[in-house]
Design a protein around this ligand. Structure first.
Ligand SMILES: Cc1cc2nc3c(=O)[nH]c(=O)nc-3n(C[C@H](O)[C@H](O)[C@H](O)COP(=O)(O)O)c2cc1C
Length: 199
């Protein structure tokens, strides 16, 4: 599978079935992060891999109700960092940006391995940090729910989530998100310029 095929295949599915997680699988998943770029090569990303059944059960408690599907994940990857771990250039912090790039590598690698790696943000960070023994100054950026996609999973989803499961949520058009040469506030005025690229 080339990169475009992989990117198209990647989805944030919520219907997951259990798989058996081994240290080898975790190594395979995360090795790709070594090739991820970062500002001043700071590599600010940190991961906690949780696959012990009891610890998973404990961590499942931190998710908001809309993330109750996470309980079917076989591996949770807590992704954390903090400001001091990354670089700061003229008051711009890069630790979140760098970590995002690294996580996207990991997600695509999971896709290549036939797995789903679904990022989450709706959780009680304080509770999760306590369970994970994370110091106060760390930011728990996301918890990735990893498993295998399953059509037959009995997990209860909202109507919107059911819809997302069947088809990829709509994206804004690239034309709307892009500018040529300069930013202009009036999008309609600039439309013609950018149409040179997105006909
Ligand atoms: C930073 C981040 C946080 C997210 N948090 C949640 C979440 O808490 N619960 C959830 O069900 N999906 C979550 N998602 C998944 C998005 O809803 C999903 O990526 C988006 O709807 C696009 O669908 P797709 O990934 O299948 O293309 C999150 C995605 C990202 C990147």
């Amino acid at each position: 599978m080339n990169l475009t095929e992989l990117a198209k295949k990647r989805r944030s599915y919520r219907k997951l079935e259990q798989i058996s997680i081994t240290p080898e699988i975790i190594k395979e998943l995360v090795e790709i992060v070594e090739f991820s770029p970062s500002c001043d090569n700071k590599q600010p990303w940190r991961f906690i891999f949780v696959y012990d059944k009891d610890k998973l059960t404990e961590l499942n408690e931190v998710f908001h109700e809309k993330n109750s599907w996470v309980k079917n994940a076989s591996l949770l990857v807590a992704v954390f960092s903090n400001q001091d771990s990354g670089c700061n250039i003229s008051d711009r912090d890069y630790y979140l940006f760098d970590t995002g790039i690294a996580v996207s590598y990991l997600i695509l690698r999971a896709t290549e391995m036939g797995l789903v790696a679904h990022p989450t943000s709706y959780y009680d960070e304080k509770k999760a940090k306590h369970i994970l023994n994370l110091p106060e100054e760390m930011v728990l950026i996301t918890i990735l729910a990893i498993g295998k996609h399953s059509d037959s999973s009995e997990v209860i989803l909202s109507p919107d989530q059911e819809k997302d499961e069947r088809q990829r949520p709509r994206r804004l058009s690239l034309q709307y998100l892009s500018y040529l040469d300069r930013y202009v506030e009036d999008y309609e005025e600039d439309k013609k310029r950018i149409e040179k690229i997105f006909k």
